[in-house]
Design a protein around this ligand. Structure first.
Ligand code: NAD
Ligand code: GLY
Length: 363
């Protein structure tokens, strides 16, 4: 087992990564407190892992809230449902919420924990690659609004994260690949040798080789923990972790939540960011092409955005991005592989070329 610490003073916490962790109550025991435990999961993950997760809390009063699966249900209705259940059951401030699921369950549960009775403890048990490498770490919680992705939320850190890699064996291949988009993101914005290592090991990682996957998850958590420790609330370096997300969130919102997986739109968005960086002259054409090729050929990800989103739609949606300032869209772009930058002054003509490139992206 690996342990990675997120250093945030009195709100510091460990991330446990490894096999068989759902069978280790000792790991979570220090974080349970003296109240009741409520596991929040969904109707896909609960049949697979709820009983095992209950065993993490032996001899305790453990209840459950099971949400409908899917990004389309990451909304305020889910939050209301959690509040209704907790209030009806008279759950007090000592209650511990446990998020058991992917990024959708984790983001919803974290936001409910941040706001119920002005804040109760929660722990994350991420069950997708994406959640184990990214969403369960760092305390971004929240839900979608029909007008924009992740528009309602709070920064609120979990007490610990328990990433049991055994649960990834039931994850559909499409979901594994979508999660790997966020993995590649870390290499692109922060760690060139990690990007090269991922490209070299793409076959084994894509086939979910457990040693390679654990190493990958550990490296991603180390990078994320270092960035979050420097900039918890995204006033600086943490914005780099949004590479591909300004384009990606617009694609997700325009396509209807759930039609593309979040990680798939991030892969498209990173290809668009590489294309725009090349048009700005910041990376060489062969570097942009390599980025597209690693995403598309090594990892089998979709890299071309849907053709039916107009430039006007993109601009409108991207102006609602949380990074936008004073009516300017701010993009995470690349000065090199491993060197992300945030930039707001982009010539409109270059942006339009990227948005209308179609299959010529990065070419
Ligand atoms: P998800 O939570 O929808 O999970 C993907 C699918 O896999 C779902 O159908 C889920 O029920 C199923 N599933 C989960 N674990 C499984 C398992 N072990 N076996 C079988 N099926 C399983 O999607 P996701 O990709 O995990 O997360 C995407 C969400 O995360 C988005 O809403 C995105 O905005 C959010 N996100 C948040 C952050 C953050 O920092 N908070 C970072 C990145 C992404
Ligand atoms: N997923 C981006 C962040 O946590 O900041």
């Amino acid at each position: 087992m690996f342990t990675v610490d997120v250093e945030l003073g009195e709100r510091s916490y460990p991330i446990f990564i490894g096999q068989g962790l759902l069978g280790k109550p000792d790991l979570v025991a220090p974080f349970i407190g003296k109240g009741k435990v409520v596991i929040v999961s969904n109707d896909v993950v609960a049949p697979l892992y709820l009983e095992q997760t209950r065993q993490l809390f032996p001899e305790l009063d453990v209840a459950e809230i099971i949400l409908p699966d899917g990004e389309a249900n990451k909304n305020l209705d889910a939050i209301s449902h959690i509040y209704d259940t907790l209030l009806a059951g008279k759950y007090d401030r000592n209650t511990l919420l446990v998020a058991l699921g992917g990024g959708v369950v984790g983001d919803i549960t974290g936001f409910a924990a941040a706001t119920y009775l002005r804040g109760i403890n929660f722990i994350q048990i991420p069950t997708t690659v994406l959640a184990q490498v990214d969403s369960s770490v760092g305390g971004k919680t929240g839900v979608n609004h029909p007008l924009g992705k992740n528009m309602i939320g709070a920064f609120y850190q979990p007490r610990c994260v328990l990433a049991d890699t055994d649960v990834l064996t039931t994850l559909p291949l499409r979901e594994v690949k979508a999660g790997l988009a966020e993995v590649i993101k870390y290499g692109l914005v922060y760690d060139a040798p990690f990007f090269d290592w991922l490209a070299e090991n793409s076959k084994g990682i894509g086939e979910s080789d457990s040693a390679l996957l654990s190493q990958t998850i550990k490296t991603c958590c180390e990078i994320k923990a270092a960035i979050v420790a420097k900039d918890e609330k995204e006033s600086g370096v943490r914005a780099l972790l949004n590479l591909g997300h300004t384009f990606g969130h617009a694609i997700e919102t325009a396509s209807g939540y759930g039609n593309w997986l979040h990680g798939e739109t991030v892969a498209m968005g990173m290809t668009m960011a590489a294309d725009l960086s090349r048009r700005l002259g910041w990376i060489e054409p062969n570097v942009a092409l390599r980025i597209r090729s690693v995403l598309e050929e090594n990892f089998g990800m979709p890299v071309l955005p849907p053709a039916d989103i107009s430039v006007e739609q993109y601009l409108d949606l991207m102006l609602s991005d949380k990074k936008a300032e004073s009516g300017k869209i701010r993009f995470v772009l690349l000065r090199a592989i491993g060197q992300g930058v945030v930039e707001g002054d982009i010539a409109p003509a270059l942006l339009e070329e990227t948005l209308t490139s179609g299959d010529n992206l990065c070419r």
